[in-house]
Design a protein around this ligand. Structure first.
Ligand code: TYD
Length: 160
């Protein structure tokens, strides 16, 4: 019977029917990582390679661009997804929020990546004209991994 319970619990977890738990992470768990750059007379090169300074294996890359001036992006939290956010061009701000503390991080160099752990609310604003926000993500796109309502996020965080 114990074996049966374990198998059923695994199946429910995998199909995400069991309530997902938002990790008790804090804004201070996020840091800016210098991917460094190779500088030559022909220009700079920055590399993001699995197993070399990135805290997770990259399964997806996406980028935000042509963001209209004054626009706010993000506005969600993830249960499991880990990300590295890079200003491939221009600059923007990332606002991190763990339900208690808020932290604004300015991203403005193509060799710097903000590591965002799961369980945090994030918003992006202050996009400079022509900026490109490139995101390296630890998993494929999965809508059930998102919380898109701030009050819902807070109630998850307060129930930890
Ligand atoms: P969305 O997550 O709403 O943007 P934001 O980063 O501002 O919260 O994504 C914008 C649209 O793109 C939305 O319709 C979902 C879609 N999308 C995908 O199809 N795949 C992806 O990997 C991502 C990140 C977004």
């Amino acid at each position: 019977w114990d074996m049966m319970k374990m198998i059923i619990s695994e199946i429910l977890k995998n199909s995400k029917i069991l309530k997902m738990i938002l990790p008790a992470t804090k804004v201070f768990d996020c840091s800016v990582i210098d991917l460094s750059k190779v500088h030559t007379q022909q220009g700079n090169t920055t590399v993001a390679e699995n197993g070399k300074g990135i805290p997770f294996d990259v399964k997806r890359v996406y980028y935000l661009y042509d963001v209209p001036g004054g626009e706010l992006r993000g506005g969600h939290a993830h249960f499991e997804l880990e990300q590295m956010i890079v200003a491939a061009s221009g600059s923007f701000d990332v606002i991190l929020d763990d339900g208690k503390f808020r932290k604004r991080v300015s991203i403005n160099r193509p060799n710097l990546a903000l590591h965002v752990v799961p369980g945090l609310w994030r918003e992006l604003d202050n996009f400079s004209s022509g900026s490109i926000c490139m995101v390296l993500a630890s998993n494929q796109y999965y809508e059930k991994d998102y919380i898109r309502n701030y009050d819902e996020f807070l109630s998850h965080k307060n129930n930890e």
